[in-house]
Design a protein around this ligand. Structure first.
Ligand code: GLA
Length: 371
């Protein structure tokens, strides 16, 4: 029996552009953050397992021989992972202690839930010598979120957390999960996240409605005789010809998806060509689309984006992640960051009576074991 501790670091993810595209078969441009969840696992002699989170100050026990859904939401990320692991490898797992620590904010659009699941699955894998490869980790963690938690999202978060490389973006094609690393050379600019502290739990939000609306758009397009598997396979002209065949809101969702996918492809060219000004403009257009066409923004996020427009030192800003709260991502000149943080924090507090949490983030590596 392996008696030593297994320590895992699991990052969060940012996404530069390509929002709500990963379940529509398009391109996304995420990376891992240097913020992470740290897990310390050890094998236990008890006949139950203990999970303790210092991040949210909660703990609970599980009986590995009788795993069932909890009424406490966060416990289900762990329980669902264990069920999924046991489905993949039908063997007895060791009882364990798992301590969860770290600095990744919860419910802020930086993918704390996927990070929790991926890190936990990797830890149990190592503790029990299950020999999961990256693909196994990906399918197991996706299954937990999709089937057990019920968030009908795409693969972007888990893919990034498992595969990320320090200082690189991942250009991920969600049609076939093929990917390329793009060095994130942002010169004098940095990525600043502004966390609204408006907590969002995507599985309780309209996230799944958006997935259903995209599927509806696809159905209408297919019924018109254009045969597609993914919404990104039609172009804007084809969609515009069907404008009278679908409700306005469904047309808007599809239009956003097609435009955002094009923006992501262009962004990669701009970033590779060090044309950050043009990339920044696309970030603003992405936000506008998410707000007006896809309708997943909220007043706090809109305020934070609007407040950047008058500053030339900020090249672009947009809401990031699933929406309905969470944070904005800003491409900002490093010398302007501290001045701006001070200014925006006090304005935000005045307006919403909630403190703003700014996070200057660098791009980190993927899921790792600490030796
Ligand atoms: C959440 C989901 C992802 C993705 C984003 C929006 O983070 O987990 O799969 O859809 O929202 O881009």
């Amino acid at each position: 029996m392996n008696k030593s501790n297994v320590i895992i670091k699991s990052p969060g993810r940012v996404n530069l552009i390509g929002e709500h595209i990963d379940y529509n078969g398009g391109y996304v441009l995420p990376a891992a953050t240097d913020l992470f969840i740290k897990f310390t696992f050890s094998i236990s002699d008890k006949d139950f397992s203990e999970i303790k989170s210092n991040v949210i100050n909660k703990k609970f026990n599980v009986d590995l021989t009788n795993l069932k859904k909890s009424t406490v939401k966060w416990e289900n990320y762990i329980i669902g992972s264990l069920i999924s692991i046991l489905k993949k490898r039908n063997i007895n797992l060791y009882n364990f202690n798992c301590l969860i620590e770290g600095n990744l904010p919860v419910g802020s659009g930086i993918s704390s839930s996927s990070s929790l699941i991926c890190g936990f699955v990797k830890g149990i894998n190592l503790l029990n010598n299950l020999n999961f490869n990256k693909n196994d980790l990906l399918t197991i963690s996706r299954e937990v979120e999709y089937d057990f938690i019920g968030l009908k999202g795409g693969i972007m978060d888990q893919f990034t957390i498992i595969n990320a490389k320090k200082n690189n973006l991942i250009l991920l094609n969600t049609i076939d999960n093929s990917s390329k690393f793009i060095p994130a050379d942002l010169g004098n600019y940095k990525l600043l996240l502004l966390n609204t502290n408006k907590k969002h739990d995507l599985s309780d939000s309209s996230y799944n409605d958006r997935v259903a609306e995209c599927n509806k758009a696809k159905r209408i397009i297919n019924e018109s005789g254009i045969d597609i598997k993914f919404l990104t396979e039609v172009n804007k002209d084809q969609l515009n010809r069907l404008i009278n065949k679908m409700p306005k809101s469904i047309y808007n969702r599809a239009r956003y998806v097609i435009e955002e996918n094009e923006r992501t492809k262009k962004s990669v060219e701009f970033i590779k060509g060090f044309n950050l000004e043009s990339f920044g403009e696309l970030m603003y257009l992405s936000h506008k689309g998410l707000k007006d066409l896809y309708e997943v923004s909220c007043s706090e996020l809109d305020f934070l984006v609007d407040e950047t427009i008058e500053h030339n030192q900020i090249l672009g800003a947009r809401m990031m992640g699933g929406g309905f709260g969470g944070c904005t991502i800003n491409l900002i000149h490093s010398e302007f960051i501290h001045f701006f943080i001070e200014k925006i924090s006090s304005k935000y507090l005045n307006k919403f009576s909630i403190p703003l949490s700014p996070i200057i983030t660098s791009l980190g590596g993927g899921l790792s074991q600490e030796k």
